[in-house]
Design a protein around this ligand. Sequence first.
Ligand SMILES: Nc1ncnc2c1ncn2[C@@H]1O[C@H](COP(=O)(O)OP(=O)(O)OP(=O)(O)O)[C@@H](O)[C@H]1O
Length: 943
Amino acid sequence: MSYRPLCCLPAALMMHRLWVQSNGSSSNHAPIVGDQLGIPSSTMATGGTGHVGNVTYMNSGMLGPTGFMQQNAHPSTSVMMQQQPQNGGVSRSSPTEMPQGMQTMSEDSLEMRDYNSGVHHMHPHQMQMQHHMQPQQQYNMQYHNHQQMQQMQHYHQQQQQYQQQAQHHQMYPPQIQQQPQQQGQMQQPQQSNQQQQSSTTLQHINESSNLSSAGSISDREPEQAGGTPQRPTAPVTTTTTEKKSVRKRRRLGPNDEQATPKQERKITEFMKVGEASGSNVARCLMTEYHQNQGSPKRQPQQNGSNNYEPQQHPQQQHQQQQQQQQQNQMSQHDMHNSCWGMATPSLGVNNRGTPTPTQQQHYSSDSNSNSNQSPPGQGGNRMVRTIDGETQTDSSLSQRVQNNNQSADEIAKRDRIIEDYRRQIDDMNTKQNAERRKYEASKETIKRLLIEKNMIERTALRDKISADSPRIGCFKTTRIGDSFRDQWTDGWGFAEIEKKQEALATEKNDINAAATLLKKRKPAELERKVDRKRPQAVSIQIQNDSNGMQPSTSSNSNGDDAIFRRPEEPKEIPPQEYTELEEIYRLRKEHLRKEETDVLMEKERLDKERSLHMRELKRIANESASQFKEHQLLHKRYLMLNLLGKGGFSEVWKAFDIDENRYVACKIHHVNKDWKEEKKANYVKHAMREKDIHKSLDHCRIVKQYDLLTIDNHSFCTVLEYVPGNDLDFYLKQNKSISEKEARSIIMQVVSALVYLNEKSTPIIHYDLKPANILLESGHTFGAIKITDFGLSKIMEGENDDHDGGIELTSQFAGTYWYLPPETFIVPPPKITCKVDVWSIGVIFYQCIYGKKPFGHDLTQQKILECNTIINAREVIFPNKPQVSSLAQDFIRRCLQYRKEDRADVFELARHDLIRPKLPREAKGSVSGIPRSPSVNREDDNI
Ligand SMILES: Nc1ncnc2c1ncn2[C@@H]1O[C@H](COP(=O)(O)OP(=O)(O)OP(=O)(O)O)[C@@H](O)[C@H]1O
């Protein structure tokens, strides 16, 4: 059996009205409706049985206590029935023909029988309703239909049992206890809609549940009242048992023998649902209501009253009635179809004169308040109040249903919008994922190609090193005392040069010897004429040479060997011969000198090659020993390519930043595990200070620091701007010295960086300026430079630090001694200032030009300390060679002033004529407020 409230509504209504008509006004009507629907009378009586969810509750709500339907049962059905032909043109029953009326009922009952048979027939109106519903509502409705069908089938089987049980349970039949569970089953799919309801609404419904109960049928019953002049006074005190017996009696008419009580009762259950149709929320509301209605407190039997009068405030009732009017107008068409189950054109509100049955129902509800269409009968105030309550509750419920419908629409709309957005987000995510995959793939490709390229380069370099080693030399492990050491062994290139040099030396000696002998054999006549005829003799010699004549040194002239053969005895040779030989020896000596120079140059080249080769060999050895040799990817970003160099406690790797697509230098600081904690802490402190200081610097002459990474417990890495060339130290080792111009270019750039450091609010002392920390971008000295390594740098900040007086020197004897000023060696050290760096600049400039350091050039650091070399470095001495301009010498002198107070500061250096910008003559001295250095005459600038 299926419960389809909308399609069942007209049949039930008609049946009820016919029954009322035929039984007069004083009978107990409601039970019959209930019995016709097939709901156990006990359930109907209690009004709390919720076997089929909203349907049963609605039924119970409508029927509720026994006296309820008695009150609302109205003989006005006859009026309504008479009006039917006018509206629909179809006379389905006559007010006077009870059999016809019952026949009409039977037609609808046939449908119910179909339900009994388990076949689910969709009523056209129901289909129409579903068509108008939102998908969710349709789903819910179908779901409920299905549920209803299942549950009705179940109850069909138990129907008889319930009825029997109901005879014995006056108040609460056993089914009541099943109600919550079954309600839960029904409510579950509706939960999504129910969530839209505010708790306030639910509470309101609960509070006014008895009103809702009354209102659930009020849009039908009052219409009967409206059409009936005399409203019967419903007996108030009819007991449940009596009602049941009456119900049973009336149900069993001659034509109804086949109809089970279940079939008949269920129809009216759906009436209310039909009115409130179109919304699952409405069903939920009704379910909620009937849950409350099922409470014993709400049973009239308990309080002994049939009072279903509305408990609402009059103003609220009025509002609800108005809302109900609107609702009725909107749902009229649907209701009409649902009532009659046919495509009867519904009339508008203006057609009140000839309303359709549906209209009559609705208008009758309105009429209770407006007293237009359906004037109140004479059934007494109670009836009027009851009807009013029903109407109000119904309108309230309808309003809620409408609101819920609107909410459902809005929710559906929002759902669609959300769905659209979600789809867009999904699309974007998909695109983003695709892009990310591409990006990752490109990164992988770049990484792979870089590794491939690096492997090729490594292999080529190693091949070259291997090929060069025999010529240049290599390190060989040799035992020295108890230990083994790598000792350098020169290659055959050096041996060859040596050989050449030896050969040249021998030849030189021979020529010298021959020339000496020749002098002994000098003819006497040449001795005498030498002063007078020398020009003639020379001209003859030249002539002989041009004619291809060989000088004859002896009577036996058999070739070159004869030249060097010791003359048996020195005797005079002819003047001509002597002159020739003398010229030959002179030329040979000149040639030898040239050859010697070439060999020396070759040796120098080989020496350079050797230093580079040695550095590469060390680098390769360090690279092979490093833990990063396998192209590690630090922090999924920095691809380690090759080792650039190894300092005291750090190794610098050339790496590729695959996020930023650039080469970087990764300086990895290692903390020796065997160090004492204090040393470790000190090292980390310095490294952190370097990082902090370096991070804040942004100048084109200072290597940039990009990042800081922790690698493991003992090492971390600073990521620096990569400078492709060598450092100045390596360049100077290769070239010994550079020209003054090149040196001035480098110093100018270093001073520029120092000005930047000293212009900061908290000036910074580099403290470790030296050729090794000046990087040459192009690899040579006529390009740009960048200074690096801020490991020992100091910030001039703090309360005790006076920028002019200086700061405390906390790490004395750290640094590179050749480049540190005297004050840093004094114990205890005085305060230091940026003039520490100025001293370093003077030393570097001097070293660049002269190829050696001004103080302690050949000494080790240790020796410098022991000999107090720097403490005694009171005056700088300039060698004669190479020639250096007085400007450059003055610049160096200003830097290497012993007392820091006498020394120039960075800003003075920047103003020095040697490096300050050259301006047009008229503008000189007026730009930048930098006065011209008084100590230097620019005319001396010979560079
Ligand atoms: N940013 C950089 N770009 C390119 N090469 C660099 C960079 N920084 C350092 N190097 C090179 O890495 C090598 C090692 O640098 P590092 O600063 O560790 O050496 P160092 O200054 O000789 O040692 P220490 O730090 O003990 O004074 C040097 O040859 C240097 O030229």
